[in-house]
Design a protein around this ligand. Structure first.
Ligand code: ZN
Length: 279
C-alpha cells in the first residue's frame, strides 16, 4: 500500500485528531500551526526549586531540583509535539522566586499552570503521588492530572488535595502542583532516577492536561472511566480542616489500599512538606 506524503504527515503530526476527523477536514489538520493542529491553550510549566534551592530535606541524596527540571523538560517535549504552546518558568538550573513564577503564569491568557515537584520525608517508607490545587477552577485539571499520574505510577495514591501554596493561590489561571513521588523513599527514588520513568511521568501529566475538559462531575464511586470521561477525584481540603481533624477525611479512593499506613502519619508528613515548600 502506498502512503502519500500528506497522509504520512498526518500520521506523524496528527495522532491526537487524525482518527476522528472526516477526510474532507484533514487538509487543515495537517498544518503545524497550533491554531489548527493543536489546542490553543498555553501551558506554563513550573519546574520546582533550582539554583541554590535544591528542594527536598537536608541530606537528601537525590536533588529534587534536577528531577523536577528533567520532568518539566520532558513534559515540554510531549506537549509541544501535541501542538501546545509551552512556557517554562525555568529551563536550566537557576533560582526563580515564587513571585516571578506567578507573574510569568499570570502574563498569559487562556493558559494553565503546572508545577512539578517531588516529595520528601524523614521516614524512608513514606511514599505516593499527590496533586494539589487551590481555586475551584483548577479542580478539573487537578483531577485529570492526578487520575493519569497516580494511575500510571506504581506508587501509593495519596489523593488530590486543596491547599494554599503561594504559586496556586496567586495564579489567576487554573493551576496545579503535582508531587511525583518521594525521593527519600528508596523504591520511588530509584524510579525517579530512571529516565524512562521520568518520561512516563511527563506523558501522564500531558494526558491529564489534554483530558482536563473530560472530567465529569460524577462521583468516582459510580462514574465509569472511559477514554472520554475522567471521574472527578475526591479531595482533601487542607485549607479549612485543622491537622488533628484531617485523618477521617482522607480519600476513600486510595488505590493501593494494601499499603495501609496511618493516615495521620501521612498527613503530618504532607503538612511538613507543604510548610517546607512555602518557605
Ligand atoms: Zn518541591
Amino acid at each position: 500500500m502506498k502512503i502519500s506524503f500528506s497522509q504520512l504527515r498526518l500520521i506523524i503530526a496528527g495522532f491526537s485528531v487524525a482518527s476522528m476527523v472526516c477526510p474532507a477536514s484533514r487538509a487543515a489538520q495537517t498544518s503545524r500551526d497550533p491554531q489548527t493542529s493543536g489546542p490553543s491553550t498555553t501551558v506554563v510549566i513550573d519546574a520546582g526549586h533550582g539554583g541554590f534551592d535544591r528542594g527536598g530535606i537536608p541530606g537528601q541524596r537525590i536533588p529534587e531540583k534536577e528531577m523536577t527540571l528533567d520532568v518539566a523538560q520532558r513534559l515540554k517535549g510531549v506537549l509541544t509535539a501535541a501542538g501546545y504552546r509551552v512556557v517554562m518558568t525555568r529551563d536550566s538550573d537557576v533560582f526563580v522566586p515564587l513571585a516571578t513564577r506567578v507573574a510569568i503564569a499570570n502574563s498569559y491568557r487562556n493558559a494553565i499552570f503546572v508545577c512539578i515537584h517531588f516529595n520528601s520525608a524523614k521516614r524512608m517508607g513514606a511514599g505516593g503521588i499527590e496533586t494539589y490545587f487551590y481555586s475551584r477552577d483548577s479542580l478539573p485539571l487537578a483531577s485529570a492530572v492526578h487520575y493519569f499520574v497516580a494511575g500510571g505510577a506504581p506508587s501509593a495514591n495519596r489523593g488530590v488535595r486543596r491547599r494554599g501554596f503561594y504559586v496556586l493561590r496567586k495564579t489567576g489561571i487554573p493551576a496545579v502542583l503535582v508531587e511525583c513521588g518521594f525521593l527519600t523513599n528508596p523504591t520511588e527514588g530509584a524510579y525517579a532516577e530512571s529516565t524512562s520513568y521520568r518520561q512516563k511521568l511527563a506523558t501522564e501529566i500531558a494526558a491529564g492536561i489534554r483530558g482536563r475538559s473530560s472530567v465529569t462531575s460524577t462521583s468516582s464511586r459510580t462514574g465509569v472511566a472511559t477514554d472520554d470521561s475522567i471521574p472527578l477525584q475526591s479531595y482533601i481540603d487542607q485549607t479549612k480542616v485543622s491537622s488533628s481533624k484531617r485523618s477521617h477525611k482522607r480519600s476513600s479512593r486510595t488505590k493501593s489500599s494494601k499499603k495501609k499506613k496511618s493516615s495521620k502519619t501521612l498527613d503530618s508528613e504532607a503538612s511538613a512538606t507543604a510548610r517546607k515548600q512555602e518557605g
